[in-house]
Design a protein around this ligand. Structure first.
Ligand SMILES: [Zn+2]
Length: 306
């Protein structure tokens, strides 16, 4: 259940109570209350960030890494634009760093210029203050990740209800080893356009799609380096931007290995088709511990409190 309006009102009260000033140290802050939940260092971060209905009124700044951080000064992607619609609005995840908003809008204009599409459908980005989410996604925490549907937008007048219920279309077959009959040059150009934005550091998509694009690309192949084979990601691609210039509190990932990565993608496909036998010496998978506020950069407490 969600009470975005109520939470939004509480967040506004907090901003007013703090005078909207910029907080750089959490040492002297009183323990703030957010939607009736105490922001303590032992608090489960996903519950606190999941309850924040509005961004922190601070300059835009990512804190920490893609899977362990938060976002100050988040900006909303408009629910509907001339060349995009944000989907699943009830999740309130159409927020990001201004660079991500700009990147998504620019991508949507490029896609809309192609025949047979009017732009893009945008899935989850970040919560208003980033941070871990109550459901789904381990990353998407610092406002620099966006899921873009592979199915191009054919209508841009979808109602809120339609945007909750419209099913995304899968583009894979054989567990992601190959693309299916729906895949066309439209998807190739969508991924390529996203990868060619200099702000993009990586794009995650299922292995069969990467191999197909490796086969089909006859021109410049440098963009393929950023396209990384990954599990899932057959309804949408996941676009990740590098830390913006000067964002000293943002932790970048190492760049992808040199080269187009096509042989690596083919290896993923081979492993899907002929799974290697399990390694008897591999340690058993450890259950993932839930992130607590103390796991995140200290500034994230101020981001919540603001
Ligand atoms: Zn994603």
């Amino acid at each position: 259940m969600k009470f975005p309006a109520l939470i939004g009102a509480l967040a506004l009260t907090l901003v007013a109570a703090c005078g909207g000033r910029e907080v750089t140290s959490t040492a002297s802050l009183p323990v703030p209350q957010l939607a009736g939940v105490e922001v303590t260092r032992s608090g489960l971060a996903k519950e606190l960030f999941g309850a924040a209905g509005l961004p922190a009124a601070l300059p835009a700044q990512p804190f920490g890494g893609y899977a362990k951080g938060c976002l100050a000064g988040g900006v909303a992607l408009a629910e509907t634009g001339p060349t995009w619609q944000a989907m699943r609005l009830s999740r309130n995840r159409n927020w990001g760093h201004p660079e991500l908003i700009d990147m998504v809008q620019k991508l949507s204009r490029k896609v809309a210029a192609q025949p047979g599409t009017r732009g893009i459908y945008v899935g989850d980005m970040s919560q208003p203050r980033g941070g871990p989410m109550l459901t789904g996604h381990r990353s998407h925490q610092i406002g620099l990740d966006a899921d873009i549907w592979l199915m191009p937008a054919t209508r841009l007048d979808l109602s809120r209800a339609e945007r909750e219920n419209l099913s995304a279309v899968s583009f894979r077959r054989q567990k992601g080893a190959f693309v299916n009959e729906r895949w066309s040059r439209t998807q190739h150009e969508l991924v390529k356009a996203a990868a060619q934005d200099p702000r993009t550091s990586r794009i995650f998509i299922f292995p069969g799609a990467k191999v197909r694009m490796c086969q089909d690309e006859t021109g410049d192949r440098r963009w393929l380096r950023k396209v990384r084979p990954w599990f899932g990601h057959h309804y949408h691609m996941h676009v990740r931007l590098s830390c913006p210039p000067g964002a000293s509190t943002c932790i970048d990932q190492d760049p992808p290995p040199a080269g187009d990565g096509c042989a690596d993608a083919q290896q993923w496909v081979n492993n899907i088709l002929n799974p290697p036998p399990p390694d008897p010496n591999a340690p058993p998978p450890q259950p993932r511990r839930e992130l607590r506020m103390a796991d995140l950069p200290a500034a994230c407490q101020a981001v919540l409190a603001q």
